[in-house]
Design a protein around this ligand. Structure first.
Ligand SMILES: Nc1ncnc2c1ncn2[C@@H]1O[C@H](COP(=O)(O)OP(=O)(O)O)[C@@H](O)[C@H]1O
Ligand SMILES: [Mg+2]
Length: 504
């Protein structure tokens, strides 16, 4: 019963909307106290650096000194095997390295140690490890320790989802600081915002491939962020101090593309008054981003293939062979495989650029990203247009999250810019969003809401906002909305709103 009570308290603790770290730290402190543990810690496994970092801990006087690699020490062993380990006496266990917290000799004799994995099943049904939960326990018998280990395993299940967020946070740090250069507004503009698992995986892939010279092929619908990711690859690459040259192959007529790519000599064709360097030359010792690569003519494709394979080019109308050392990143929203069958895209070029394909899902396939992106753009445009807008109302969030976003992040960005422009309140509400979103659910019929329904929706929104602000106090809501308590009570019943939900 004792264990159950503590687990119950843990669940409750996590249900409060506290900042993640604060909540977890508090939870560990609470559990340690109730269970008589000397210390507790939560170490997070970082899948990019493959290191295990102590992120949350309670009861230790020292700041943790050390990160572990999988297989190293007890903590590393737990990550590697995904199984709990019980150490009856710290000082007797050779694998117990005591590096992170540097406990003294007395403690090593007096303490037992338990480390359990924090796991969640991923979509494939495989257990994915996010971290290790540990406890320093005044010496106990093995029997009791086994019981304690089971208790900790349950606690690990309870905190697994939260731990996965901490892992996301940890992995993000690998790429975000890279964008910290330059002035503030630039940082804001170029930040890659995400919280979906799908995007985390992509960011992991990107940070792995960026430092190599491998050609990257970015695939995904228009507006999914391909160009932004190409920029990130350059920034994380070894040639980040070199140039990043972009060419949108869809933007130029076929006969100009070649001279754009490879340059031309003076007099090569009518209008070639000066010798001009092509994008390949300009990108020497840097990155060349070829956007909409499927738009290239078959002829240009052949020349591009040669340039990539040989690492040399010739200017249009020129004899000289010029050596180029260029990292190539390509992007397309086209189905290349189909184009190959239709003989519109060269298969050999496809194989050459398809070394490291990255598929960026449409925004509707990673809805977890919608809200963070919306908030990011809100902050960005509120700043840009000098408006004091603090947040997005709950009904408006619902609309944003439900919408199918055919234009992906670009459309969301435009939508938020428009909302900020027309908003004269502190909150973005449904009526600041474009009509296409308002009818998202009924998009098949595409009718506007009937007047009565629109009014009802508006009323509910106002009520919910006021309830939130008043933490469920209906008298206060009535005062705030300058209505009688009776009317408010009636409407709340009518719309089936539960004011208790807002009590905190
Ligand atoms: N994850 C993201 N975080 C922040 N901004 C994004 C993100 N994805 C896309 N954007 C923004 O959306 C717009 C469209 O992205 P872009 O990279 O041009 O898409 P694509 O090249 O796939 O058409 C750009 O303004 C870009 O900055
Ligand atoms: Mg683009």
């Amino acid at each position: 019963m004792h264990y159950l009570d503590i687990l119950k308290e843990a669940v409750l603790e996590l249900s409060f909307s506290k900042p993640l770290r604060e909540g977890l730290t508090h939870l560990l402190e609470h559990v340690a106290k109730k269970m008589g543990y000397r210390h507790m810690s939560l170490a997070i496994f970082d899948p990019i650096s493959q290191m295990i970092e102590f992120t949350i801990y309670s009861g230790y006087a020292k700041v943790p000194q050390k990160t572990y690699a999988p297989g190293e020490g007890i903590i590393g062993q737990v990550v590697k095997e995904k199984k709990p380990i019980i150490v009856p006496v710290m000082g007797d266990e050779p694998r117990f390295l005591n590096l992170a917290f540097n406990r003294d000799i007395q403690d090593l004799k007096r303490l037992s140690f338990i480390a359990v994995p924090v796991l969640l099943k991923n979509n494939d049904g495989l257990a994915e490890i996010f971290g290790v939960l540990t406890a320093d326990i005044p010496r106990r018998s093995l029997e009791i320790l086994k019981e304690q280990s089971e208790f900790l395993e349950l606690l690990a299940i309870i905190i697994a989802r939260h731990t996965s967020y901490l892992q996301d946070e940890l992995t993000k740090k690998h790429f975000l600081p890279e964008f910290g250069k330059g002035d503030e507004s630039e940082v804001q503009k170029e930040k890659i915002v995400f919280s979906s698992k799908a995007m985390s995986k992509i960011m992991t892939q990107i940070s792995q491939v960026a430092p190599s010279k491998a050609t990257v092929l970015l695939r995904g619908e228009s507006g999914t962020g391909k160009e932004l990711i190409a920029e990130a690859i350059h920034k994380l690459s070894k040639v980040k101090d070199g140039p990043l040259i972009k060419l949108n192959c869809a933007a130029l007529p076929a006969d100009l593309i070649e001279s754009e790519l490879f340059g031309h000599e003076k007099g090569a064709f009518t209008g070639a008054i000066h010798t001009k360097k092509g994008k390949f030359e300009l990108a020497h010792k840097g990155t060349l981003f070829l956007d909409e690569i499927a738009e290239l003519s078959l002829e240009a494709q052949a020349k591009l293939l040669r340039a990539i394979q040989e690492g040399e080019i010739q200017r249009v109308g020129g004899e000289k062979v010029i050596q180029v050392d260029v990292r190539i990143v390509c992007a397309t929203h086209q189905p290349l495989e189909k184009l190959i069958q239709e003989k519109k895209f060269r298969e050999d070029l496809y194989f050459r650029i398809n070394v490291f394909p990255v598929y960026i899902p449409a925004l509707r396939e990673r809805r977890d990203d919608i809200l963070p992106l919306a908030e990011h753009f809100l902050e960005y445009y509120a700043n840009e247009y000098n408006k004091k807008i603090k947040r997005i109302s709950t009904p408006a969030i619902d609309l944003l999250v439900q919408y199918h976003w055919p234009g992906n992040v670009r459309e969301l960005k435009n939508c938020m810019e428009r909302a900020v422009l027309i908003c004269n309140e502190e909150v973005i509400r449904t009526y600041h969003l474009p009509p296409t979103l308002q009818t998202a659910e009924s998009s098949a019929t595409d009718i506007q809401l009937p007047f009565a329904e629109a009014v009802a929706k508006f009323e509910q929104e106002i009520l919910i906002e006021a309830l939130k602000k008043a933490k469920g106090n209906m008298l206060q809501v009535a005062r705030e909305l300058k209505a009688s308590y009776r009317v408010i009570n009636y409407k709340i019943k009518k719309y089936n709103i539960n004011p208790k939900k807002f009590v905190r």
